[in-house]
Design a binder for this molecule. Structure first.
Ligand SMILES: *Cc1c(COP(=O)(O)O)cnc(C)c1O
Length: 361
């Protein structure tokens, strides 16, 4: 069976050495040594000022919304994982969708301004597949209308925009370190900001609002993560450059063997570096996508429709919102191909041959 993704597991000897240390100290959670070491190393590696390791990428978004005290309407992308929208709803805000750009599949800045009302408090955009949003255009719109900006950067570990971390854009960026992401801590995530005031808020929001054991800065939640998860992150961080290099080779291999016509690939921003987090393709029509998917499934190969459904169609949203034709069309035609570090060249060739044969029909 060839699934869309398989977890990359780092050296188990290294992991065990961290576990032995944890057993010695008996300190397994609450801002322990591994958590602090991981946060310091990640800040350094990613080139960001403040980073808080949290229990997952979804609580990272929820904490970000709380820290910026968002209310009312949040303009967001319909083309992302469900957590981008569900977190807005969970925090009692209303998602207002702006359609995506047909090339990058990120939110289209030209669609944002017409969605702004006097209830709009923020823009929440996703750097989908690690393709950076048009951060400069979004920044200008936010400044002009006095809006906050959160980037769901769950796919953007270690990507730069104009030679600096893309995580520096917006008021807050959030990361997911789930097992399916290129850098993972089993479960985990992070909230990132360059702003000292926001950072202070994030620090207590993650930890029940504690100021001291018996006093509180404000309301908080439990967003902490454990020493065992941090230890996994430390082991992964040692291997991440190799992981990204390997994924780059695999992407080049797919590029070389996939058909040159009949498929489209989302294109990244020309100012950014890539992390090769996913390998998505768009077929010409929904019918072709179904044919390709069925042909692959028949050979026990399981690509996934990242991302479907278009989030404006979620059943718990107010019905009758505007259609998002670009996002809905992408969702009908997209397949993320199998893409993981243990995927073999022959398997890539096999996937490509099946797609070639099907696209041609
Ligand atoms: C994975 C993902 C999340 C959620 O992260 P978890 O760590 O699984 O909670 C949020 N947004 C996007 C775009 C994701 O891909």
């Amino acid at each position: 069976m060839i699934p869309v993704t398989k977890v990359h597991l780092p050296s188990s000897d290294k992991y065990k050495s961290y576990i032995d240390k944890i057993w010695e100290t008996g300190w397994i959670t609450n801002n322990g040594e591994c958590v602090r070491e991981l946060e310091d190393k990640l800040k350094n590696y990613l080139g960001v000022k403040h980073l808080f390791f949290v229990s997952n990428g979804t609580i990272a978004i929820q904490i970000a919304i709380k820290a910026l005290e968002l209310q009312g309407e949040v303009i967001t992308t319909p083309f992302s994982y469900v957590a981008t929208t569900s977190s807005i709803v969970w925090e009692n805000c209303e998602p207002v969708f702006a359609d995506i750009d047909a090339q990058s599949l990120c939110i289209n800045p030209a669609e944002i301004e017409s969605k702004i009302t006097d209830k709009t408090s923020a823009i929440m955009a996703t750097h989908v597949y690690g393709n950076a949003c048009d951060v400069e255009a979004i920044h200008k719109i936010a400044e002009k209308h006095n809006l906050k900006v959160i980037y769901d950067a769950a796919h953007s570990f270690a990507t730069d925009y104009k030679k600096e971390s893309v995580l520096k854009w917006g008021d807050i960026s959030t990361l997911s370190f789930h097992a399916t992401k290129i850098f993972h801590t089993v479960e985990g995530g992070a909230v990132v900001t360059d702003n000292d005031e926001i950072a202070h808020k994030l620090s207590y929001l993650r930890n029940f609002g504690h100021k001291t054991p018996e006093s509180f800065w404000g309301v908080g939640v439990n967003g902490k993560n454990s020493e065992m998860h941090a230890a996994m992150g430390l082991c992964m961080l040692d291997e991440i450059d190799d992981v990204i290099a390997l994924r780059k080779d695999m992407a080049n291999e797919y590029d070389a063997v996939l058909p040159k016509t009949g498929i489209q690939k989302p294109s990244p921003n020309s100012n950014q570096s890539l992390n090769y987090a996913y390998y998505p393709i768009l077929l010409e029509s929904e019918e072709k996508r179904i044919e390709v998917q069925e042909a692959l499934n028949k050979e026990n190969i399981f690509p996934r429709r990242y991302f479907y459904p278009s989030l404006n169609k979620l059943p718990y949203l107010k019905e009758g919102g505007p259609d998002m034709p670009v996002s809905e069309s992408a969702g009908k035609r997209v397949l993320s191909l199998p893409f993981y570090t243990s995927l073999k060249k022959e398997e890539i060739k096999m996937v490509a041959d099946i797609i070639k044969a099907t696209v041609k029909v």
